[in-house]
Design a binder for this molecule. Structure first.
Ligand SMILES: Cc1ncc(COP(=O)(O)O)c(C=O)c1O
Length: 401
């Protein structure tokens, strides 16, 4: 009998739904970077947006104290702890001016990434269409496909402030479109929303009976005016919003996110989600509630650090002769590559192999990102200074060949 990985899988291998779904880009690339590190290369990774700073010490303290208690280790409610739901409601009220019912309009998630999948699985039938931003977070695309849906790209152009061209979309056939994924501050472009854009999106959803799914994990990073799509009048009838503690509270590995919206939407998504997981560790939920109660000084303190880093990234981008807007929010810098490169992949590979620095090629976020790169702000100033030194000497060496 054959054993282990060699065992045949019956009836043609993996499920059809995995067709066209590759391994997540970063999962592959991190393996390559690991291999290079094993060869002694000591790669500086400026790719992935995983905060390198710790959460607030009071948050850690709550986790420690709560997890030492004997009665917190059981399965938890599928709807999350009331303490956490209340904390999300107060956070939305305080920072976004949005009043949400903690019992019915808030669903804590194990990270917002899973929420993207839950939403697609809840609403998309085979062949239903979903509008996805190009460039945009790759998970929208894969979640739509895994759920059996069909992605319809909408291009975000620099000259249009990376806003969707809703007029052009209205001229296309929207009859099969059920969902639209939107995300502002936008990743990867760093584009901030305007109130007018949010109003237009809500009106568009209403007019065409499309559920607008807003993904909002970056609103506190390098942005003094966090905005929620749910603050637009009537939004709850046509939109839901995902949020996350990964970036704004430095808690990416803790896996805490939230879905906010009308009671009906929350109940619908819960029908799917409650079949997928069995709640979140209670001490994590209580510590997350603490994180949500932090004052403005917390956001000021992390943003001060991101600003210092950003000025270093400007320097690095200047060395690479890239062009960029100085008005970006979120934990990345998006920049256009010089014409001397075929695309962002070429620049990324060159910098990786010549200088041992990894920068994300913009093309992984969709074809409209091909002539761009994205640099993460998740590294110390010293790390950026070292990256600048390496890239400068890599360029000098290649010029002298
Ligand atoms: C636009 C966007 N949405 C969602 C996520 C997922 O965040 P979470 O850690 O809450 O799952 C990310 C993470 O990189 C992101 O960039």
């Amino acid at each position: 009998m054959e054993s282990g990985s060699k065992a045949p899988i019956r009836a043609g291998g993996t499920a059809k739904r995995l067709e066209g779904i590759g391994e997540y880009y970063f999962s592959q690339k991190l393996r390559e970077i690991d291999d290079l590190n094993k060869q002694g290369k000591n790669i500086i990774n400026l790719g992935i947006g995983s905060p390198d700073l710790p959460p607030h010490p009071d948050v850690i303290k709550v986790l420690q104290e709560e997890s030492a208690k004997p009665n917190v280790h059981a399965y938890q409610s599928y709807k999350g702890s009331p303490v956490l739901r209340q904390a999300f409601a107060q956070w939305y009220q305080k920072y976004y001016g949005v009043s949400l019912n903690p019992d019915t309009e808030i669903l804590p998630l194990i990270g917002s990434k899973e929420g993207i999948m839950h939403i697609c699985m809840t609403y998309l039938n085979e062949g239903d269409e979903a509008l996805v931003p190009n460039p945009g977070y790759p998970t929208y695309r894969s979640a739509v496909k895994l759920a059996g849906g069909v992605c319809v790209d909408y291009e975000l152009k620099e000259e249009n402030n990376y806003f969707p061209d809703l007029e052009a979309l209205e001229k296309s056939d929207l009859s099969r479109v059920k969902l639209m994924w939107v995300n502002y501050p936008q990743m990867p472009t760093g584009q901030l929303p305007t109130r007018e854009l949010f109003e237009q999106l809500v009106a568009f959803g209403k007019k065409h009976n499309i559920l607008i799914c807003h993904d909002n994990p970056y609103s506190f990073i390098l942005n003094n005016h966090p905005m929620s799509l749910l603050s637009v009048e009537g939004a709850r009838g046509v939109a839901v919003e995902l949020n996350s503690l990964s970036k704004s509270q430095n808690m990416a590995g803790w896996r805490v996110g939230v879905l906010c919206g009308a009671k009906e939407r929350i109940d619908e998504v819960l029908r799917f989600k409650s079949n997928m997981d069995s709640g979140m560790f209670l001490p994590v939920q209580l510590a997350a509630a603490k994180a949500l109660s932090l004052g403005n000084d917390w956001y000021e303190s992390i943003n001060k650090i991101y600003k210092e880093r950003r000025s270093k990234v400007y320097e690095l981008l200047d060395v690479l002769q890239c062009s960029y807007s100085g008005d970006q929010a979120g934990m990345f810098m998006w920049a256009k590559i010089p014409d001397t490169y075929k695309d962002g992949y070429e620049l990324s590979d060159k910098v990786l192999y010549d200088s041992n620095v990894f920068i994300t090629p913009g093309g992984i976020f969709g074809s409209a990102g091909n002539n761009y790169i994205r640099i993460s702000l998740c590294g110390s100033v010293e790390k950026f200074e070292e990256a600048i030194r390496r890239v400068k000497s890599g360029i000098e060496e290649s010029l002298s060949i």
